[in-house]
Design a protein around this ligand. Sequence first.
Ligand SMILES: [Zn+2]
Length: 399
Amino acid sequence: MPSSLSDLKDSSWLARGPVDPAAFHDTLLTVDTHVDIPLDFATAAVDPGKRGEAQVDLIKMTEGNLNAAFFIVYVGQAERNPQGYKKAYEEAVTKFEAIHRMAETMYPDQIELATSVRDIKRIRRNGKLVALIGLENAFSVGTDLSRVDDYYERGLRYAGFAHFGHNDMADSSRGLERLGDKETEHEGLSALGKDYLASLNRLGIMADVSHSSQAATLDVCRLSTAPVIASHSGVKGIYDFYRNLSDEELVAIKDTGGVVQIVAFDTYLKEPPAEKVEAVTNLREKHNVSAATWPTLSKEDKAVYQTALEEIHKIWPRASVSVLADHIDYAVQLIGIDHVGIASDFGGGGGIDGWMDASQTPSVTQELLARGYSRRDIKKIWGGNLLRVMRDVERRADK
Ligand SMILES: [Zn+2]
């Protein structure tokens, strides 16, 4: 393990003159491992080819040189009963189809779906944006592991275990009271979760531990036959929050040869002041906003809520790109430059001061340069490491 952060930062480029951050950023292959999409994504209502309210669209990706994004097939955890499983699967399929529709029907001249590292490189050479697919919450797999093969055929290349709330595969880093979750249900991975992991390894789908409990994360790292990723997490060493990774988890991921994608999520990066928490809580109550009610609110109600929320952020600012870099520094210092990357969680609550949408992506590169990371290091952080892991997972697949 490196003795200090300064050992890891190659500043030899300084001798060759200053780097223009914007010009350098445009030379990078940038990969964002977590972009959430709504159920009506890639329709007239949420058109990725038009400049809209979404933090990620094709225009903003191009403007910010955000080249590749994992679009996420997410479903919320609900009751584990036949209706719950059925709805989760239907929503997952809707999202898979939306991502294909964007890339294959709506904007094939601008973006293409990649299912391998070779694809990613070829698509970039052709000057197009790259879409990839990740799964958040294996609830949509239910208890039927043949669905993993189904999802692989639909383009899935990384897959998580739980979201908020335990499921049949694994314990979450936070159980849900409304679903009757106890502190732990499986003490980590369940027997089914272990078989699910084996399916991911067999097919060459990266296993993602973000949102899982520490015990589940350590189980995945111990049992996986291929490198493991955390697709969007912060580090507890900077902010001890349940969604962040402990040093033990960071080291376990590194020991698989994997990568930790540090997430630009305000409330995971720094603790908000109590007054802000109270103001947001009151606002949510006033507008009846919760994870459960959000999908049922009208566009107008959501807009009113968002505007009021922005006023709160003006009083107590969000975490900045500098705080994101603090988490990156910590992870680099503990597990090395080859095991750290970046994720936005745009569309899923992500967004920090300086990086509120895909068009502002260069500010992250600028911050890393200002901290003394070499161009070689930044290439690794922005996608080199993730691509190495993805290639390694592909090679170890047993198809
Ligand atoms: Zn998430």
